[in-house]
Write a protein that binds this ligand. Structure first.
Ligand code: GSH
Length: 217
């Protein structure tokens, strides 16, 4: 398998965690988003949406969109599972994941930050504040949905990490490490995030531990 990746990509972080949980390996192909390599013709042939991650399976199947990739991996390698078996549980986990994947993260990916700067004249500080605002709204939603719900356990849904935890981990990492925000006001989120990051399958996937990360960060 080949994984098109960039160290600070939160969406690729999600796929790296899922692959670690499944015990899968992929050859990394680095796409430097800060240098605009996502627009290079070779990569556009892989993903016309010009975004990482993209995963190419050994039979040549090309997959894009982090949660579609993660669910593909979960279906091909079902153990350990990343989604519960019951429909209501699956819907709950997918809904939690979408807080990050659909509602928060898309608002501050590089193409959005670039548009804010070049078309709307936003400053670096304004763009950081913009990102923090949508991250914080996502954290508020997670906290309310997780706290006091009896399906919440050590992890977002029960006692083993799954899709929702993967998305929550990327959300919190983005908030703390890239937007200068905090998760201190979100105790249930913080507890689960810290538990996740104590697990090598999560922590080794962290952006700062990737070979293409700059040595100084
Ligand atoms: N919804 C997509 C998000 C993909 C995405 O926007 N990835 C970012 C990095 S985290 C990217 O490659 N952005 C390129 C750009 O904005 O130019 C997913 O979850 O995979």
């Amino acid at each position: 398998m080949q994984l098109f990746t960039f160290w600070r990509s939160m969406a690729t972080f999600r796929v790296r965690i899922a692959m670690n949980i499944k015990g899968l390996k992929a050859d990394p192909i680095y796409v430097d988003l800060l240098k605009g390599h996502q627009a290079a013709p070779d990569f556009r042939n892989i993903n016309p949406a010009m975004a990482v991650p993209a995963l190419v399976d050994d039979d040549g199947t090309v997959l894009t969109q982090s949660t579609a990739i993660i669910e593909y991996l979960d279906e091909r390698w079902p153990s350990p599972p990343l989604l519960p078996t019951d429909p209501a549980g699956r819907a709950r986990v997918r809904a939690l994941a979408q807080i990050t994947v659909a509602d928060s993260h898309p608002l501050s990916v590089p193409r959005i930050r670039k548009y804010l700067a070049t078309e709307l004249g936003a400053s670096d500080q304004q763009i950081l504040g913009w990102g923090r605002k949508w991250q914080k709204d996502g954290l508020d939603a997670y906290e309310t949905l997780l706290a006091g719900n009896k399906a919440t356990g050590t992890f977002c849904h029960g006692e083993t990490p799954g899709l929702a935890d993967i998305c929550l981990a990327s959300h919190c990492t983005g908030t703390v490490h890239f937007y200068g925000g905090t998760i201190d006001g979100h105790p249930t989120v913080k507890r689960i995030y810290e538990r996740c990051m104590a697990d090598e399958r999560f922590s080794s996937a962290h952006p700062k531990r990737q070979p293409d990360a700059p040595p100084t960060i």
